[in-house]
Design a protein around this ligand. Structure first.
Ligand SMILES: Cc1cc2nc3c(=O)[nH]c(=O)nc-3n(C[C@H](O)[C@H](O)[C@H](O)COP(=O)(O)OP(=O)(O)OC[C@H]3O[C@@H](n4cnc5c(N)ncnc54)[C@H](O)[C@@H]3O)c2cc1C
Length: 449
């Protein structure tokens, strides 16, 4: 009998098992893992879904919005059954500069009816719901169990995982690691060669309780409608951004902070969050709320250029373990990318198992490339660098707020200034060179266009 232990530094070498315990072992019952397990179980394969938490979602942290359309392929009537807090019908992008702000506010009731666009949902409820579908399809959920190491044959083929349960080796013909941003299993397989703090941000979040009517009054919504506010600026000079989402009777407010910038600033994330909550544009929305939860988690934000190899030798990586989270300023989408990549990993593995071969990395990559998962990441590959640049973080919000202030200030008896003069003045005041601005606009257009 072994002691219960955390993840090991190295894979364990074993003999090739004569008969594997399962066709597939999926590690991690987050969105990527449950999607992979569901796809495999539906294809008739035996699957173990290993989760370190006591139940799926118990360990998981995020801001709050799931964009569910990829679920059309997995659970066709998902929007009738998913545990939803509110459907997002109003989306704002808020630029903060000092105590000023400029907000682009979009709302559409199209997003408040099927097939919907995005919804706030609590991870403990969402992850449990999704894992329930995998179980109903035949996957065996193994909770409160840490996969501590890969099992590998002498020739490098992955044949299962060691767990922290007594006699807890689980052998399988294919292993899918959906073990999140720290992916110890991906590291053991040598798939993350140049892990860099520059590609990782720290997400921190407070869940704040407010009466339902107060939320609806302050955010201008009724019934099941909800609001998603993405914030640029308000991070006390640390590269990153913020968010504010409405649930039924709580709101989630949080920050995403670049690790090198955070270390350099010598600030604590909770101090920066407290500061954001004091901003004149944020304070009225969260005033008087009671903090009912504080959580923090890393996010792989480097995008396409920081992705590891996606697997090999009987192992596939999906979701955050493969750095699939899309964090590009006005977008913070990880769950849909985890669902998509998990589903395609499960599909590629199921096809490989059916044809008697090992997990097919080539097919997995092809499925990802044909879908939004790698297409969006490729298109937006320059976005993380641009969004976290000093210009986008500090100088452009200042420029935009100066422009707005110049346009809307009535300074009679002087006549209104022309836009060109205002732009030149705002650029000078914020240290923005017009050539730089044009270059960034072009990069932005190429990325987002
Ligand atoms: C503050 C913050 C805000 C965010 N906001 C949003 C948002 O609003 N919308 C959005 O779409 N995305 C958001 N994201 C990103 C999103 O949370 C992730 O991209 C997504 O959860 C990735 O899913 P996953 O299944 O790959 O990994 P995870 O959700 O991290 O799941 C990994 C699972 O593996 C388990 N596990 C890990 N190691 C082991 C092991 N060795 N053995 C057994 N089990 C293990 C964990 O317990 C966990 O259940 C946010 C992230 C943060 C931190």
């Amino acid at each position: 009998m072994r002691d219960r232990a955390g993840p090991a530094a190295e894979a364990v070498t074993v003999r090739r098992p004569e008969a594997a315990d399962f066709d597939a072992v999926v590690v991690g019952a987050g969105p990527a893992g449950s999607a992979a397990a569901l796809e495999l179980a539906r294809a008739g394969h035996s699957v173990a879904l290993v989760e370190r938490g006591p139940f799926p979602g118990s360990k998981n942290v995020y801001g709050g919005v799931v964009y569910g359309r990829i679920l059309d392929e997995l659970i066709p009537d998902w929007y009738e059954r998913m545990p939803v807090q509110r459907w997002i019908t109003r989306r704002q992008t808020m630029l903060l500069s000092g105590d000023r702000s400029l907000t682009v506010d979009f709302r559409s009731q199209n997003w408040g009816r099927a097939p919907y666009n995005g919804a706030t949902t609590y991870r403990a409820e969402f992850d449990s719901w999704l894992a329930g579908h995998a179980r109903a399809a035949g996957a065996v959920l193994v909770p409160s169990t840490v996969a501590t190491a890969l099992l590998r044959t002498a020739d490098g083929q992955v044949v299962g995982v060691r767990t922290d349960r007594p006699d807890g080796d689980l052998t399988a013909r294919v292993v899918i690691a959906c073990d999140g941003v720290n992916s110890f299993l991906g590291k053991q397989a040598g798939l993350h060669p140049d892990e860099q703090a520059a590609h990782t941000t720290l997400g921190v979040k407070e869940t704040l309780a407010l009466p339902r009517e107060t939320i609806e009054e302050r955010f201008g919504v009724t019934g099941t409608d909800g609001v998603d506010i993405e914030i640029l600026g308000g991070t006390s000079g640390v590269p990153g951004g913020g968010f504010l989402y409405t649930n039924r009777d709580t709101v989630s407010v949080g920050l995403v902070l670049g690790l090198p910038g955070l270390a350099k600033a010598g600030l604590r994330p909770e101090e920066i969050l407290a500061e954001l909550k004091q901003h004149p544009s944020v304070r009225p929305l969260v005033r008087g709320a009671e903090v009912v939860e504080y959580s923090a988690h890393l996010i792989p934000e480097g995008g396409y250029r920081s992705m590891p190899r996606l697997g090999g030798n009987g192992l596939l990586l999906a979701g955050d373990s493969a750095a699939m989270c899309l964090a590009a300023g006005i977008w913070l989408e990880g769950v849909n990318f985890a669902l998509g990549s998990g589903m395609y990993a499960g599909r590629a593995a199921a096809n490989g198992l059916r044809s008697g071969g090992p997990a097919v990395l080539g097919e997995y990559r092809r499925l990802l490339e044909k879908s939004f998962v790698l297409a969006d990441h490729k298109k937006l590959r320059d976005a993380p660098g641009l969004v976290l640049s000093e210009r986008v973080q500090h100088r452009y919000p200042g420029l935009v707020c100066d422009l707005a202030e110049g346009m809307f200030t009535v300074d009679n008896p002087r006549p209104k200034p022309g836009l060109r003069r205002l732009l030149r003045r705002a650029a000078r005041h914020n240290g923005v060179r017009m050539r730089e601005l044009a270059r960034d606009a072009l990069t932005g257009l190429r990325s987002f266009g």
